[in-house]
Design a binder for this molecule. Structure first.
Ligand code: PMP
Length: 359
């Protein structure tokens, strides 16, 4: 393998709940997992029905052109099918962007404390990653624009960002896009966009008319509750989408996933419930951090990152009480933990366990 492949550090997934339960000697049902920014409501009933119906057809290959899901996305967002790329999770969209636009000798710009897949996708192409210092744990767009060099072909921006939950207002993103050279693809990763408060929302898809070098990446894994099925989508200029579709595996998304995603997209009621539950959970967690005297980073996502000092010790103490959160040392934040927002009772279990862990 090339040296740039050998140098890659694999993404570290969490342990399965069953394995953790065994290690900790506690029943699996009593475990509260708030580690992967999943939807605590599960999936919408409509998506479940569609997935179950689609199971009957799995002897056939899926529709590699994702005709029905693309049609639904086009109606929803007022775009054309040739502007769309459907991915096996939005990780696939990030990966396809790097496959289409990066190579040895080229570079990608991303922020420190940004999503772990950006350096992975960059390094896997043998391209160079330019990590820009963060500003208040979030993206410093001025510094990122300044970091673009002649070899740069991709800039990754997560808005909101994982693991910090930081958010850049739409007007600042627009100003950034206006500064970036047209041969540099700006990957705007909006995995958590459905959780934004009404006053934070902005219309990135409308920007495509002015910025043909923009790729908006979204997912069905978070607010739509389909993380295990793996569906994401990219919206871009037709030429960008075409290049990405050339390197995409012909049947990268399963038929069950396509059917569930299409149904989920139409379930606005479920989306609204997810966002509302998240808003309440955020209030609940923030109140607890305040009461416990802990520092936290205000988050626009479905998770929040808080400072405990001894993150390894506190994480262990939480685990012993059956509560799984995410240590983020790998993101350069060794004193912080990230907790996903759960159901009210799950949040309460986490808060109580945290109180014990800190006592
Ligand atoms: N982008 C960000 C910022 C994320 O946090 C995640 C999931 N952790 C993803 C993309 C990828 O999610 P998925 O592949 O499930 O769509």
């Amino acid at each position: 393998a090339p040296d740039y492949i050998r140098a890659i550090m694999a993404y570290q997934p969490g342990k399965p709940i069953s394995e953790l339960a065994r290690e900790m000697g506690i029943p699996e049902e009593s475990i509260v997992k708030l580690a992967s920014n999943e939807n605590p409501l599960g999936m919408s009933a409509r998506a479940r029905d569609a997935a179950i119906a689609a199971i009957g057809e799995v002897s056939r290959y899926p529709d590699g052109g994702a005709f029905a899901l693309k049609k639904a996305l086009c109606e929803r967002f007022g775009v054309k099918p040739e502007q769309l790329v459907i991915g096996n999770g939005s990780n696939d969209i990030l990966e396809l962007a790097s496959q289409a636009f990066l190579a040895p000798g080229l570079s990608a710009v991303y922020s420190r404390h940004a999503f772990a897949v950006y350096p992975l996708a960059t390094n896997a192409r043998g391209a160079r990653g330019i990590e820009v210092a963060a500003k208040n744990f979030g993206h410093d767009l001025d510094a990122m624009a300044a970091a673009i060099e002649p070899q740069t072909r991709v800039v990754f921006i997560a808005n909101p960002n994982n693991p910090t939950g930081t958010f850049v207002p739409g007007a600042e993103l627009e100003a950034f896009l206006a500064k970036v050279p047209r041969h540099v693809l700006v990957v705007l990763d909006e995995a958590y966009t459905e959780y934004l408060a009404p006053e934070q929302r902005y219309d990135s898809i409308a920007w495509l008319a002015r910025f043909p070098n923009l790729l908006v990446s979204r997912t069905f894994s978070k607010a739509y509750g389909l993380a295990g099925l793996r569906v994401g989508y990219g919206i871009a200029h037709p030429e960008v989408a075409d290049l990405m579709n050339r390197v995409r595996q012909p049947f990268n998304v399963s038929s069950v996933a396509l059917a569930a995603a299409e149904a989920a997209l139409g379930d606005d009621e479920f989306l609204a419930r997810s966002a509302e539950l998240n808003r309440r959970g955020m209030t609940q967690l923030v109140a607890a951090f305040r009461e416990l005297g802990l520092e936290w980073i205000p988050s626009a996502g479905n998770f929040v990152t808080f400072k405990v000092g001894d993150a390894i010790g506190v994480n262990q103490a939480l685990l012993r009480q059956g509560v799984i959160v995410r240590p983020i040392a790998a993101y350069g934040m060794p004193h912080w933990l990230r907790v996903s927002i759960g159901l009210p009772e799950e949040n309460a279990r986490f808060i109580e366990a945290l109180r014990q862990a800190l006592a």
